[in-house]
Design a binder for this molecule. Structure first.
Ligand code: ZN
Length: 410
């Protein structure tokens, strides 16, 4: 089978070693280097037919890096297990581990191995450790949005939640908010975090990593860290009722709690927190703001064309909207993808409740009424910002509909 090279480092590896002298660790090292050069977020290695397929993830799409004969699969997976110190475990069960390579400083790789019919599939997530600088200015938000967020979090108490679907940039935005608070305080703020996993090291923050196996869960960690009385508490994600209740009571006790929440809209955040068993009073009184974020893919400007919306898309647009729509068809500049290379545009919607909304949450009004009231306290509404980007030709209509409709889902 001819090996097709799509990465410079794997090509160089095979030029030197050849297929006959294949050595899995050298091969993996080349794959990791190609992944870092391509600035991708994940590496997927899986047996597929007669090949082991190696693909790199950019945003939503997986691009093939190389295929090697399937007979090499076991050696590749065994080398990954050695790197992640999992070699004592027999293959055939799912396992997770951490890889740190001296020759790739500044990066950490999270390995997940999953048994499949033809062996194992490896998914490796790439994290840059300690090298990233977090600041609100790096988020490419509109200056007014930054100013508004600073107004919400500075000197505040209560709960500030960054909401959005997976890959919307909510964790990065939460880190930037905390980093900004810390630098504005000139290092005088006490900041603690409880995270799972700790994705980045942040200056000035005491970070704790949840360890479920050892019983160091979110609720256990939060109860003990609160005894140290931090002014600001970053919770990696609120994903269970106990964490939600602890976050709310910490905010009521005068701490500023910043966290992320997997929800599509501010109404969704309120209703899911109620479903998690959060008391209406604590929720109404404790919630300071919900920042809904999205990252949308920018169209390639070189092959952009004006198009008419399809009948399905037309039905999803507001009846009064009369903007232009564009799509990119793919050209040499964008390698046929139709997208501007590595460009994601931020969408930011900020909801900061007034007394009317607080009373409505406490008295438990229905979804329709609450949506209306929340809308009145929301700045930079997602749907209208999204449609602005569509008529400017910055994003395609399909992308806009994804962003908008994921905001309507509770
Ligand atoms: Zn193009």
């Amino acid at each position: 089978m001819p090996i097709v090279f799509k990465g410079a480092k794997v090509a160089a590896y095979f030029q030197t070693a050849g297929v006959v002298k294949f050595e899995a660790m050298g091969f993996l090292s080349a794959v990791f280097r190609d992944a870092l050069d391509a600035k991708c977020s994940d590496i997927h290695i899986e047996p597929m037919g007669n090949d082991v397929l190696v693909r790199l993830r950019h945003g939503d799409s997986l691009r093939e890096l190389i295929r090697v004969p399937v007979g090499l699969s076991e050696r590749i997976m065994q080398s990954l297990r050695v790197w992640a110190a999992l070699e004592a475990q027999a293959p055939g069960v799912p396992m997770d581990g951490r890889i740190i390579r001296q020759e790739l400083p500044g990066y950490e790789f999270r390995l997940s191995l999953f048994p499949v019919v033809k062996g194992e599939k490896a998914a490796i997530r790439i994290f840059s450790v300690g090298t990233r600088r977090f600041s609100l200015d790096s988020l490419q938000w509109h200056p007014e949005q930054i100013q508004l967020l600073r107004g919400v979090i500075s000197g505040a108490r209560g709960m500030v939640l960054f909401a959005g679907p997976t890959g919307s940039g909510k964790t990065t935005a939460a880190y930037c908010a905390v980093a900004d608070l810390y630098s504005q305080s000139k290092g005088q703020l006490s900041v603690s975090s409880v995270e799972d996993p700790v994705e980045y090291a942040l200056m000035g923050m005491s970070q704790a990593q949840v360890d479920v196996v050892k019983g160091f869960t979110y609720p256990v960690a939060l109860k003990s860290v609160l005894r140290q009385d931090p002014q600001v508490l970053l919770i990696g994600e609120i994903r269970d009722p106990d964490t939600a209740v602890l976050a709310a009571s910490a905010s009521m006790a005068g701490h500023l709690v910043i966290s992320t929440f997997h929800a599509g809209s501010s109404v969704g955040v309120v209703f899911r927190l109620r479903q998690m068993g959060l008391d209406a009073f604590n929720l109404g009184a404790g919630l300071s703001a919900v920042i809904n974020v999205r990252l949308v893919k920018e169209l390639c400007p070189h092959c952009r064309q004006q198009v008419a919306p399809t009948s399905v898309q037309q039905r999803m647009l507001p009846p009064a909207w009369s903007g232009d729509c564009f799509e990119s068809v793919g050209c040499d500049q964008c390698f046929g993808s139709g997208l501007k290379f590595q460009s994601r545009l931020p969408l930011v919607e900020i909801f900061s409740p007034d007394d009317v909304v607080r009373d409505a949450v406490i008295s438990g009004v229905g979804v329709g009424e609450l949506r209306k009231l929340i809308g009145a306290c929301t700045t930079f509404a997602l749907w209208s910002s999204t449609l602005d980007l569509v008529s400017q030709g910055r994003i395609g209509l399909q992308e806009a509909i994804w962003a908008a409709y994921s905001s309507n889902v509770l």
